[in-house]
Design a protein. Structure first.
Length: 335
């Protein structure tokens, strides 16, 4: 970006809060086209859900429930295995690791597939970040969430080098821009919201989907899948759920977010590279989404609730957390 190059990046956009903060500051200055590969943000349903919530159709939203179980359950948190295997021909293991702490190659441990790599906290901060980069998008945008003030993580087992077998987090976001404080829950690995929260969605869908984002407002609820797509809503007095694109209460609601032809996420970036409108999911917003959930990994690693000081980028009373907040790279990867 500093060299004037357009950038499209798949998840994880960042690994640390310091990296997120750097991108938040760099993106508006760089004058290049950037796009994070969270494709759900380009759908008409996602963008309509943002408009519906920001217009106050649901009333004040004070609760949001997120869950992800499409990958099934993970093993308990573990350290890297001992020993070393021969590096496969054609694989530059040093380059594959990049700036993260070096470790010997072990067959079937870190690859193939993004899920194996994602589970290592040094690489991607586990499912909270791997799927959270998708599912946190809608709450952050629609409710104008910044970093949380307090986070509580449950510990199903001691935390080692990989993510835990079941993630369960409670994020507390302060009031902002006339909006009420929000409590957001995240669950994965079989941790779902309480049945009394999701029964209505379950009845509508036939069964509770394995991923979801559910807004609970004073006037109604809105549900989307884990990518913010296929949104449905049910206001108080409604007999059934209706799509966010055709509910009677929003038919006259003006469009405030641009729409894309065929919801084409990559085409939007191509057009921005050629001088067209800026992408909707550029790196500044992508990094803000990361900063909304990454304090959860600090609570997980520390094994206790945390008070997060966003301005200072510090956990109150926990200087030992700095190593997970700031950047630490193998020096050969720092130019």
């Amino acid at each position: 970006m500093k060299a004037g190059k357009h950038v499209y990046c798949e998840k994880p956009l960042v690994r640390t809060i310091a990296e997120a903060r750097e991108l938040i500051e760099l993106t508006p200055r760089s004058k290049v086209a950037t796009q994070l590969g969270t494709q759900g943000t380009s759908s008409k349903s996602f963008r309509r859900s943002v408009e519906v919530i920001q217009a106050g159709v649901l009333g004040q939203v004070e609760q949001v429930w997120l869950w992800s179980d499409y990958c099934g359950k993970f093993p308990p948190s573990q350290d890297r295995p001992p020993g070393e295997d021969p590096v496969p021909e054609g694989l530059n293991w040093d380059a594959w690791l990049g700036p993260v702490p070096w470790r010997p190659f072990k067959a079937g441990v870190y690859m193939p597939g993004c899920i194996k790599a994602q589970n290592w906290l040094d690489f991607c901060n586990g499912m909270l970040a791997g799927q959270g980069c998708h599912t946190f998008q809608l709450p952050v945008r629609a409710l104008k969430l910044g970093p949380p003030a307090r986070v509580t993580a449950e510990l199903p087992e001691p935390v080692k080098e990989t993510y835990v077998s079941r993630g369960c987090f409670r994020f507390e976001y302060p009031a902002r821009e006339g909006l009420a404080p929000v409590t957001l829950w995240w669950g994965d690995g079989g941790k779902y919201p309480p049945e009394e929260i999701t029964n209505s969605v379950k009845e509508c869908r036939g069964q509770l989907p394995t991923t979801g984002c559910l807004f609970v407002g004073q006037r109604g609820q809105l549900y989307t899948d884990g990518w913010g797509v296929a949104g449905i809503m049910k206001l108080k007095g409604d007999k059934k759920w209706r799509g966010v694109l055709d509910h009677d209460a929003v038919k006259t609601l003006p469009l405030s977010v641009p729409r894309l032809t065929n919801d084409n996420h990559m085409q939007e970036w191509f057009q921005a590279c050629k001088g067209g409108p800026a992408t909707y999911n550029h790196f500044e917003i992508g990094a803000r989404v990361c900063e909304a959930y990454l304090p959860g990994t600090l609570s997980l690693r520390l094994g206790r609730p945390i008070e997060w000081d966003s301005a200072a980028m510090k956990v109150h009373g926990a200087p030992e957390a700095d190593r997970w907040i700031q950047n630490s790279y193998r020096m050969k990867w720092v130019s």
